[in-house]
Design a protein around this ligand. Structure first.
Ligand code: SF4
Length: 345
């Protein structure tokens, strides 16, 4: 079928109402950017799930980063999107304004040069992310060990998707189908989601990020729902393999062990975190137990939004007190956050 026919079908769809969820921050951004919601029948609802790594990180993690950045011999190194995320009292950026040592980089590997050049200073990398970024930290630790750099630490808030999707299927907002996370699928392979599809009798569509790819994936999902199928369909074959990627699985196991960790708004989810193994504890900047989520603004509804139980416009602060220039919650900070995208679209 031509893409225009798929769009016509989705625009005029008049079957059973369906609720689809994307669990990838880049999909959240792409769906807003391409105006995909506006193409769909009111009977096809698109929800944004916990796919933005910054958005699911509890405030205690931000507080710990701030604490470290204020130690005299320590610098926190981070990607830019973490700088403005509110902790329980302030953000890293605000702490920087009162003397905290924080450096923004574009790659975790940049920390190697900093550590080499300043051996008496400790560099703590804010290791936030999903299956997509975990292999880069493996590479970083490989290099740190090889070069005998003993002044690099990770504060890990690494998470894996299946446990969170499982939680959404059991306690979420009656989701009928998932747009599988595109970047995660590229690393893990599409088969990573087969067990979930079968267990919860729910279809998954692996999608790319262009408007055309998203339309194809949404059409595929609606069709699978109509037929009562619980398959994983891979519509991103140029990048994603169907088979599970065992090499990545081995990379996870090299330095990390699974741990029960908190997701903002969802509580502690068993086995969804990746923490450093005991043998590598000397690289850990104190990552355990950062599960408390004391919101800076108690009216913030990020948790409900990440669960698909509320939309950004349901939050009383949206667009008033909370804007991208004055974010009250993590979902308004990142380009991948639901509130940020809803505000800018
Ligand atoms: Fe939180 Fe702001 Fe979104 Fe409201 S609009 S849920 S305060 S991030």
């Amino acid at each position: 079928m031509e893409i225009s026919q798929l769009v016509d079908y989705l625009r005029n769809y008049d079957g059973k109402p369906v609720r689809l969820m994307e669990v990838c921050g880049s999909h959240t951004h792409a769906i807003s950017e391409h105006g995909i919601r506006e193409l769909l029948s009111p009977k096809i609802e698109l929800l944004s799930g916990p796919g933005c790594p910054v958005c699911v990180t509890p405030t205690a993690y931000i507080d710990r980063l701030i604490e470290l950045s204020l130690e005299v011999d320590t610098t926190v190194v981070t990607f830019g999107d973490l700088l403005r995320v509110p902790g329980s009292k302030e953000s890293l950026n605000e702490a920087k304004g009162r003397g905290a040592s924080v450096i923004m980089v574009y790659s975790p590997m940049d920390v190697l040069k900093l550590a080499r050049d300043n051996p008496l200073r400790k560099y703590v990398f804010a290791a936030v992310g999903f299956e997509t970024t975990a292999p880069v930290y493996t590479l970083l630790l490989d290099r740190a060990i090889e070069e005998k750099l003993d002044n690099i630490r990770l504060l890990t808030a690494l998470k894996t998707m299946p446990g969170a999707i499982s939680y959404l299927c059991e306690k979420g907002a009656n989701i009928d189908g998932f747009i599988a996370p595109g970047h995660v699928s590229a690393v893990t392979g599409a088969a990573y989601f087969v067990d979930l599809a079968e267990k919860y009798h729910i279809p998954f569509a692996v999608s790319g990020f262009s408007a055309k790819e998203l339309v194809v994936a949404i059409f595929g999902l609606v069709k699978m729902i109509e037929k009562g199928e619980d398959k994983v369909a891979n519509y991103y074959t140029s990048v994603v393999d169907l088979e599970k990627n065992e090499i990545v699985e081995a990379q996870f196991q090299k330095y990390y062990k699974k741990a029960d960790v908190a997701w903002r708004g969802m509580g502690i989810l068993p086995g969804t975190g990746l923490m450093l193994k005991e043998d590598y504890a000397h690289f850990d900047a104190g990552s355990a137990g950062l599960d408390v989520d004391n919101k800076k603004n108690i009216a913030c509804r990020c948790g409900d939004i990440l669960m698909g139980k509320a939309k950004p416009s349901d939050c009383p602060l949206f667009g008033k007190v909370c804007t991208p220039s004055s974010p009250q919650g993590a979902c308004m900070v990142s380009q991948e956050g639901s509130c940020n995208n809803a505000f800018l679209s």
